[in-house]
Ligand binder design. Sequence first.
Ligand SMILES: Nc1ncnc2c1ncn2[C@@H]1O[C@H](COP(=O)(O)OP(=O)(O)OP(=O)(O)O)[C@@H](O)[C@H]1O
Length: 289
Amino acid sequence: MDYLIEIQQVTYQYPTGEKPVLQDVSFQIKKGEFCAIIGPNGSGKTTLCNAIRGFIPHFYKGELHGDVRINGKSIKDQTVGELSLQVGFVFQNPFSQISGVSETVFEEIRFGLENLGIDTVVAEKRVDEVMKLTKITHLQDRNPFELSGGQLQRVALASIIVMEPDILVIDEPTSQLDPEGTEEVFEIIRLMKEKQKTIILVEHKMELIAEYADHIILIDDGKVILNGNNEEILTNEKVLEHNTLLPQYAMLGLELRKHGVNLDRIPVTEKQAKEELTKWFAQEGQIYV
Ligand SMILES: Nc1ncnc2c1ncn2[C@@H]1O[C@H](COP(=O)(O)OP(=O)(O)OP(=O)(O)O)[C@@H](O)[C@H]1O
């Protein structure tokens, strides 16, 4: 099977670190897959993302063993510029993403295309399309620094999407957003999933992971602890032993099973929980309210 991203026995230690923060990490991601990376604070998730976009070893020096291959080619043999055309990176804090040199949202989104020397007419058409897709056309003349956190994160996503990378690495995009901003950002992530982009998402909100991810990797202390599909990982109580939450619906299902409620499967989303409980009430001859 051909994988788009291959992480092969990666061990990495920062130059100032005392021990490796990634230890013998191996996994593969298929094209079009939505992979979530979960794990407690400080477990190495952002470091792993930096290895996938080539910032390790190109910017962060330190000691790297093993390999990361994108499309069959080692990141060591590609420049950060080459990698940035394949891997778009969205930061936790959208202010880190904004160039600081654009006076309007339109210019900000066009900025990366200008740097690539893309023809102005072509670039502006692409900016218009991406603004429509991300529903920010009404913000195009605003100064990026006058926007709310949610609006700015959408601009940050748009400025990456406009570059048309095959892979999107998104590191805790909503940790600083309110529920409305979170919803808006995930609406864009959902669209990218529909467009068959390969997505790697670091996120602590398990309900969102349950809704979107195909594939989940749990890492703790720099090691891969679990690697499997959505339901396999999100119904596994071992996750809780690693200071990482499960979705509330999975917790409810696991608890009900312990109390003798014989659910066919442990739900991970609200929709699945309703289905399972409706089935159970029907079997037990109870009235579902
Ligand atoms: N530039 C750096 N130099 C040295 N050590 C670092 C550097 N960046 C991160 N670390 C250390 O590497 C370990 C893993 O950090 P990382 O940020 O990758 O974890 P994380 O799982 O993304 O955490 P969080 O969920 O809190 O964002 C931590 O112990 C952190 O202190």
